[in-house]
Design a binder for this molecule. Sequence first.
Ligand code: ATP
Ligand code: MG
Length: 610
Amino acid sequence: MSSAPHGPAATAADPHKPSNFLRQIIENDLAQGTYAERHWGGSPGDAAHHAQGPLDPAPVRLRFPPEPNGYLHVGHAKSICLNFGLARDYGGVCHLRFDDTNPEKEDTEYVDSIIDSVRWLGFSWDADGTAHLYQASDYFDFMYRAAEYLVQAGHAYVDEQSADEMRANRGDFGKPGTDSPFRTRTPDENLARLREMRDGKLADGAAVLRAKIDMASPNINMRDPAIYRIRRATHHNTGDRWCIYPMYTYAHPIEDALEQITHSVCTLEFEDQRPFYDWLLERLAEGGLLQAPPPRQYEFARLNLTYVITSKRKLAQLVNEGRVSGWDDPRMPTIVGLRRRGYTAEAIQLFAERIGVTKSDSWIDYSTLEGSLRDTLDATAERAMAVLDPVKLVITNWDALHGAGTLDDCSAPVNPHDPAQGKRALRFGKELWIERTDYEDVPPKGFFRLYPPQTAADGTAKPGNRVRLKYGHVVQCTGAVRDADGRLTEVHAELVPDTKSGTPGADAIKVKGVITWVGVHEAVPAEVRLYERLFSDPQPDAGGKDFLSSLNPDSLRTVQAYLEPSLAQATPDQRFQFERHGYFVADRRDHQATRPVFNRTTSLKDSWGK
Ligand code: ATP
Ligand code: MG
């Protein structure tokens, strides 16, 4: 049996998945049995905890470790698809871990939205009857115990230099650092002092615990990095229990090890931290605190997307300064924003697959994201006609041909790629809404839509143009009406008999233009929000640029549109292709049956025939 391209558990041999360096590393580890002897204690824990459990049922464990200090964005989506995707493809598990060791910036509002976003993207942290949802702050006790072990083993010391002295003594790229005068304290002295730190006997900033490695290392991160600091701050999980908190670079490897992560995948800026990651886990395994072999860290290039910023701090600024309506504003690159804009989880997964993973930074063109959306929606989205800039078309011979007040039933496919989705009903009549731009008094070159009879410079007469009203009849333009200000108020045309779509001989009259319409008698009025990119600069914040200076003032334009009657039944989050215009979604916050509101997700790639 052949496997389906979107099957649930693609394997290493799946020909549909392009390989990448991470897949090769994992496949190599699986072949060598690198992690085959690990035990799993059923929950995160130290070496003793895991040792009493069975062999780990998960061949690989990965994690996605967001800091709950903001909403997730499209860059995080890349990391989520990567980590959860690798776990799925190799029959393993991916943990969702809140990296909440920094007490100051974190909030449960963000925790909830992160859980929601990862689920919405289509991933799960449940495996073997366990929800692998963890928070790093639950590991504070172990982290402190590990710190005492490092002190006792002579691998860490309490430094009481001032911050300025510490900075000066660190050296720089060309200059080795200088040992702190506190570096030679005995383990007993250090242990006593560390306990005083923990017990609140020292002021904030009066001392730090540092790993004792090498002040002359060419890698500055190895020059006795700080691992604990004193900070009297209330933590959202542990309250006021601690007045010392671990540094991120110390906490992160320990979190991975307690959770038995095999492949710890992070972005390139952590490459220089890898030697410390390895040093720390080797020391703690030596001491018997953590099970061997330790997790390994691998780095990939973060996502840079043109016209988009992905710094949580800067996104927060857009929200806080009211430049957008909130974290879920459809122009925001947050997952909640993309979702409200009309993106599907499937499109974002496809995008992540298409951009792949590499080890060098680059910019991805925004069109790659939009293209992934179009490619997934084309086959599924229901079609509908909508007139976004309406002007009335009057069929002046309708009453004579069909009788006053009559309507003519027409039908259109719900999705032309999928006849099983059935038909939608439309009624043609004397008055129809059409796009204002579908009429010209004098046609520019290549304009094949509505224009009245013309007289050329040499006196030759040309008849008014014929177009097909899609799924309806062919009409011939006879003229137009303008108001005192010259604004177009009506377009006039005559129906060409025997041209109704789908009837025999309908194609006998050839036309070059096909336009969309909505019957005046059945039009559903709606608010339609037309979004453009939020920034006009393709790299809004590159090189420290002021991203606010390239905010696009026209990123949102709201129009009053008319929609075909089938859209009266639309429900929030339902997606459509408005023929000729693009993909639209019923707004998940504001759409109501009595007051429809649609967002433009993206335009169609190809512009409609002239
Ligand atoms: P910030 O520094 O703005 O707070 P962050 O990138 O550090 O954001 P985290 O919550 O720490 O945010 O990120 C969680 C995970 O998402 C990390 O493993 C990080 O590597 C990954 N990640 C964040 N941004 C991107 C990006 N643009 N592309 C790929 N992965 C990313
Ligand atoms: Mg971070």
